[in-house]
Write a protein that binds this ligand. Structure first.
Ligand code: ADP
Length: 492
């Protein structure tokens, strides 16, 4: 029988407690899948204001109160509250430190649109809190699984004099969900990491173009690294374009770096049982999907027309997601027989762009600026085709959610999109969507036109829908790959 591991998963966001992107979906679902394989998995995240402590019945514990944590020359006291992932036994600890986490917004101040000025302090404290929690619980994990720059100092800390003894047998994994976010801070930040001052020398493990990089520390010190798709794992080592300056140090670690595709929470993203959509359906009752299209059209003020395909976008509004391509083709799009519903929030320039597109052509474009989980479900169920023209995409979840809902993804073939979407014209037998390679507005437009053509061929479209709905997007396969990665780390 396989060994069962103790795993502490440390993440800055976890569904259903707090979310800005796909990282939260992963950290809400993967622990559950690992628990299902018999491992003792626990999760730690900050107690942000957004976390609804009452609704999730978080409890306090006298044993986990006032835990002292050293950050630079300061002592910070943290309480830990305890909850569970819904419908599972997985314990979730919440680091409660009101001065650091009890405010509106996760990383960005909603008032100014800028990163919080004390983000370095907030995410030096979280890794320290993780180690202090394990010691306090006298529960030393085999694996500490870190996610993104906000937790990337843990591998350095477990090897430091302060923690080396307690964590001598613990191995660390760093999952990079998006290399575009690196946690780079001015060099003075080293004051928060007093005992690691020497690592900030030029070319040292913490130094990145004169700054102090949290993510770099993780890349250098984690026992194993992964990204969230095989293609993205290759892309970030291959060029500056995807590697954002990290390509060389990632290449140096290429033996320890793999790509593991994310799964979906297939219970939450299930058109058969989804409580948020107008009419439930599955691949045998696909005809009912159209009721969701009608309901969505009604909600956004479009007239429903069977022959007009309804496109959807749900996205962080960031340049990564290809909104410059959308901007370039917007006039040509209006001329096509299509409708488009957008849901997103993020950079102001794109919010303005989308508002303008919607104001100019209210019967063709509709934009909802904001974060709305229920509407995201309704869009996945209601639209015919989902657009993801990403410049880069570490994994991407929406193309998989789309396929579960019989919605055809139209994507740029990069990262996880390249690993999951097969173009119907390239491979008519296995095709489950549309994909284009060159990051170019004309190519994007041509691909939309190809989709229109295929949409007119009902049986071909339906075959694609059924193919997508028949795929296994569950975490089962990927969770096993993570266990293999843990095993390799423990053998080091
Ligand atoms: P990323 O992590 O880069 O944002 P992913 O495709 O991996 O992209 O995951 C994005 C997740 O966030 C998906 O679950 C998507 O539905 C959701 N999402 C993004 N923007 C919104 C929004 N405005 N409202 C609701 N859900 C959103």
């Amino acid at each position: 029988m396989r060994k069962k591991y103790r795993v502490l998963m440390v993440s800055p966001e976890v569904v259903p407690f707090a979310k800005t992107g796909g990282l939260a979906d992963v950290c809400g679902a993967l622990p559950h899948a690992l628990g299902g394989l018999g491992h003792d998995v626990r999760v730690l995240m900050p107690l942000y204001r957004e976390v609804d402590a009452k609704a999730h019945q978080l409890r306090r514990s006298a044993a986990l109160k006032d835990v002292p944590i050293r950050v630079g020359d300061k002592e910070i006291r943290v309480d830990f509250r305890i909850g569970r992932l819904p419908e599972s036994k997985v314990k979730v600890y919440f680091a409660e430190q009101p001065a650091l986490y009890d405010r509106d917004g996760l990383y960005v101040d909603p008032e100014t649109g800028q990163d919080f000025p004390d983000n370095a302090l907030r995410f030096v404290t979280l890794p320290r809190a993780a180690l202090a929690l394990c010691e306090r619980l006298d529960w030393i994990p085999d694996i500490i699984h870190c996610h993104d720059w906000q937790t990337a100092l843990i591998p350095l800390m477990t090897k430091s004099d302060e923690y080396r003894t307690s964590f001598a047998r613990t191995r660390t994994i760093l999952t990079i969900h998006n290399l575009g976010y690196q946690g780079n801070f001015p060099p003075e930040t080293i004051e928060l990491l007093e005992n690691h001052r020497h690592l900030l020398q030029p070319m040292g493990p913490l130094e990145y173009f004169g700054d102090l990089s949290f993510l770099k520390a993780g890349v250098v010190f984690a026992d194993k690294l992964n990204t969230v798709s095989p293609t993205y794992a290759r892309e970030i080592q291959a060029s500056e374009e995807y590697g954002y300056g990290f390509q060389d140090i990632l290449q140096e670690r290429s033996e320890d770096l793999v790509g593991i595709l994310n799964g979906l929470d297939v219970n939450v993203w299930n058109p058969e049982t989804d409580p948020d959509i107008a009419v439930n359906y599955n691949r045998d009752s696909l005809d009912k999907k159209v009721e969701n299209k009608k309901a969505l059209c009604e909600r956004v003020g479009f007239s429903y027309d069977k022959s007009v395909p309804l496109f959807g976008i749900i996205s962080r509004l960031a340049s990564q997601k290809g909104f410059d391509l959308l901007s370039e083709i917007r006039d040509s799009l209006v001329a096509l027989p299509i409708q488009l519903v957008l849901l997103g929030t993020g950079e102001e320039q794109y919010e303005t762009l989308l508002r303008e597109m919607a104001a100019r052509s209210p019967r063709k474009f509709h934009a909802v600026i904001g974060f709305n989980n229920k509407l995201a479900h309704r869009i996945e169920a209601g639209v015919d085709c989902f657009l993801m023209p990403s410049r880069y995409e570490p994994c991407g979840l929406n193309q998989m959610m789309s396929m579960r809902y019989g919605t055809i993804p139209l994507v740029r073939a990069t990262g996880g999109l390249a690993d999951t979407v097969i173009d119907i014209d390239d491979d008519p037998q296995r095709g489950n969507g549309f994909a284009f390679s060159q990051y170019d507005a004309d190519v994007f437009l041509e691909t939309i036109k190809r989709a229109l053509k295929t949409y007119a061929n009902r049986s071909r479209w339906r075959d694609m829908q059924v193919r997508g709905m028949s795929q296994d997007f569950s975490w089962a396969a990927s969770a096993k790959k993570y266990v293999e990665l843990y095993e390799q780390a423990l053998q080091k």
